[in-house]
Write a protein that binds this ligand. Structure first.
Ligand code: UGA
Length: 442
């Protein structure tokens, strides 16, 4: 079936916006991606992804070759579009838990002069509950016949293209009036192909839509910290957290996904989202409802400390002056994102404590060395492992999980492996003569 095309602008071309723009163009819409960062726009205009995301380069190139997708750093480029997606970041404020909304406010300010009657503004950024209501008032004060929809995004980095084209669900927060009904109809046109696949849809109010997003991320973070708390118990008792996760995961009410114990969660979303959610709950006078998230956060941060302690333990009490190889710098595999990376936080801590740390990663070295100039980075596992007395697997890239223990043994000085992600087969590594230790496992 043929679906009519829409004219779309995507404001903010970071991890979320660049992927969203490429995917919307792939669905057949006419899309312009706008960003204030001219260097980013220049790269995107050459169909070059400004960050590592599987599949994105191909989707960019295809969409741009059809002429459906263009990029611009000129605000007026959004004027032709009738559906405007807000895809800017909402990082954690420096020294505070709350979210920094300056990019969202700037995006709306950019858009306001170009809004026309009937335009739809679609918020995708993760925001503190109450933001959409405030932005809607601002929008209708300027253009009474424009409508805001809150349409949170649930994509995972590393799977962003797939998650955008085939989301688990579509959530629309709309005003409860005729304008809201009209907005649903318009957004349904944008997502017609996705909806035709039978994607579940939840149509609700602004408040609920904003809460859905942070509730989902809080639940995921809680699941990870739950299993990491069980890992602490396993460490104290001699249990095995991976078998425990398998066993409880067979209960379909629990489910095995997001029960991988290890170094815990990082990245640009889960850590700052739970903190911003707690901060917002405090402002709303319901901080008690979310005090458990403080525990979720501290269990998570404790894993990093435990990892460094374990490194010291296996090095007979001291890591000072020891050559340590760290495999992984990105906050998770299939990403070059180093925001709040547990791997880098452990590497930096060991370096600070006097170890001679060498870090490698298949994609994230440029980002990592820009942010952590005092750490040493090399491009291959062999270079990192050369002469090492300890190897730490901290980001479970496929190529690291598939390493041959016998071959790696030839590079190192002492064959000691700390598996921070419970990603390796202990029997295999031990059989090859390695001392193998992991979080939450004997
Ligand atoms: C997360 C959510 O999964 C997305 O649904 C959401 O859209 C996104 O945040 C967002 O708010 O933008 P993302 O941060 O890309 O996505 O990565 P995840 O796959 O959720 O992983 C987050 C962290 O948890 C990683 O550091 C990962 O290593 C860790 N993790 C994940 C575990 O430690 N154990 C697990 O079992 C799963």
């Amino acid at each position: 079936r043929d679906h009519p095309a829409c004219r779309i602008s995507v404001i903010g071309c970071g991890y979320l916006g660049a992927v969203h723009a490429a995917c919307m163009a792939t669905l057949g819409h006419e899309v312009v991606g706008f960003d204030v960062d001219a260097a980013k726009i220049e790269r995107l205009s050459r169909a070059e992804a400004p960050f590592f995301e599987p599949q994105l380069p191909d989707f960019l190139a295809d969409a741009m070759s059809t002429g459906k997708l263009t990029f611009s750093s000129a605000p007026s480029s959004v004027a032709r579009a009738t559906v405007h997606f807000i895809c800017v970041g909402t990082p954690q404020k420096r020294g505070e838990n709350s979210a920094d909304l300056r990019h969202v406010d700037a995006a709306v300010a950019t858009l306001l002069p170009y809004l026309k009657p009937g335009d739809l503004v679609v918020g995708k950024s993760t925001v503190p509950v109450g933001t959409a209501e405030r932005l809607a008032a601002q929008i209708t004060a300027t253009e009474p016949a424009a409508t805001l929809v809150w349409n949170p995004e649930f994509l995972r980095e590393g799977h962003a293209v797939h998650d955008t084209l085939h989301p688990d669900r579509l959530v629309y927060g709309v005003p409860e009036d005729e304008a809201g009904a009209q907005a649903v109809a318009t957004l349904n046109k944008v997502y017609a192909k996705t909806l035709a696949e039978g994607t579940p849809q939840v149509i609700t109010d602004y408040t609920t839509a904003q809460l859905v997003k942070v509730a989902a991320n809080s639940f995921l973070a809680t699941k990870i910290s739950f299993i990491n708390a069980m890992a602490e118990l396993c460490e104290a008792t001699g249990g095995d957290v991976t078998q425990l996760a398998d066993a409880i995961g067979h209960d379909v009410r629990i489910g095995r996904q997001f029960l991988n114990a290890g170094l815990g969660f990082g990245g640009g979303c889960l850590p700052k989202d739970i903190r911003a959610f707690m901060a917002r709950a405090g402002e709303l006078g319901v901080d008690q409802a979310l005090t458990f998230l403080r525990e979720v956060d501290s269990i998570n941060m404790r894993r990093r400390v435990r990892m460094v302690d374990l490194a010291r333990e296996v090095c007979d009490g001291s890591i000072v002056g020891r050559r340590i190889a760290v495999l992984g710098a990105a906050f998770k595999p299939e990403s070059d994102d180093v925001r709040d990376s547990p791997a880098l936080s452990v590497a930096a801590q060991m370096s600070l404590q006097g170890a001679d740390v060498v870090v490698t990663d298949p994609q994230a070295i440029d980002n990592a060395s820009a942010k952590w100039p005092d750490l040493t980075f090399v491009s291959t596992v062999e270079e990192a492992a050369a002469g090492a007395e300890l190897v730490l697997l901290l980001t479970e890239w496929k190529q690291y999980v598939r390493l041959d223990p016998a071959a790696l043994r030839q590079c190192v000085k002492v064959p000691r492996m700390l598996d921070g992600r419970n990603a390796l087969d202990p029997a295999l590594w031990r059989a090859a003569g390695w001392t193998y230790r992991a979080l939450g496992r004997k």
